[in-house]
Write a protein that binds this ligand. Structure first.
Ligand code: 5GP
Length: 226
């Protein structure tokens, strides 16, 4: 018997491996969601990013198969017809979709899935996936969001205005999410997201840990006649 493994078993498991959970992460564009997700995935093992399909063209630095699968509207429609999406939505004139995940495989391979999807997609996933946990990332204020959108220089002024109008709509449903993270300081937001993931893993593992340990206690008492 591995003494160290036995003592650390449950904790190490939760920190190093996923539990087949699905984490939905939504935020207004510019709230810092992409950086937050990337950092947490670097720091916490057992997380897999769900690469969405989109009809929007790649931005500078984006890679096919890593950030998105970039597809034509024709292919996207075919995928809808074949029922390949868990959910799909139109966001600011482009289509985005999440392919149906293999939840059993995720569980048996001890991974959690991270979905970076908008509020429409989040509702659809919550209706279909029991183990989905919804987390909303809030920017500190509308002014900070506007400043970040201008500073990142990806969008024309009219697109920035649309993103800000969209952000208000997104804010209105934020309270339906299980968790809200205020992204004022990136380091703190990273810690909070990690804590949420670990807490949800603990919740999922409660029953298996209890059952395993309870059998041990039964065996101990049987052997010692107490
Ligand atoms: P962007 O074009 O800035 O990468 O993403 C625009 C919005 O689409 C973001 O809110 C992002 O979370 C959302 N999005 C990305 N992938 C999906 C998806 O598969 N489904 C849905 N519903 N939204 C997505």
């Amino acid at each position: 018997m591995n003494e160290q493994g036995e003592t650390l078993g449950a904790d190490v498991h939760i920190k190093n491996k996923g539990s087949g959970l699905v984490f939905i992460i939504s935020a207004p564009s510019g709230a810092g969601k992409t950086t937050l997700i990337r950092k947490v995935m670097e720091e916490l093992p057992g997380l897999q990013f769900s690469v969405s399909y989109t009809t929007r063209p790649p931005r500078a630095g984006e890679e096919e198969g890593k950030d998105y699968h970039f597809v034509t509207p024709f292919l996207f429609r075919k995928m809808i017809e074949k029922g390949e999406f868990l959910e799909w939505a139109e966001v600011l004139g482009n289509y985005y979709g999440t392919r149906v995940p293999n939840l059993q495989e995720l569980d048996s391979e001890e991974r959690d899935l991270i979905l970076d999807i908008d509020i429409q997609g989040a509702q659809k996933v919550l209706q279909q996936v029991d183990q989905a946990i919804a987390i909303f990332i809030l920017p500190p204020s509308p002014e900070v969001l506007q400043e970040r959108l201008v500073r990142r220089g990806l969008d024309a002024p009219e697109i920035i205005q649309r993103r800000l109008a969209n952000a208000k709509k997104e804010m209105e449903v934020a309270q339906r999410y299980h968790y809200l993270i205020l992204n004022e300081k990136l380091d703190e937001a990273i810690e909070v997201l990690k804590i949420i993931i670990l807490a949800e893993r603990c919740r999922k593992e409660k029953r298996p840990i209890f059952e395993r340990k309870f059998r041990e206690w039964e065996a101990y008492h049987g052997k010692n006649h107490c």
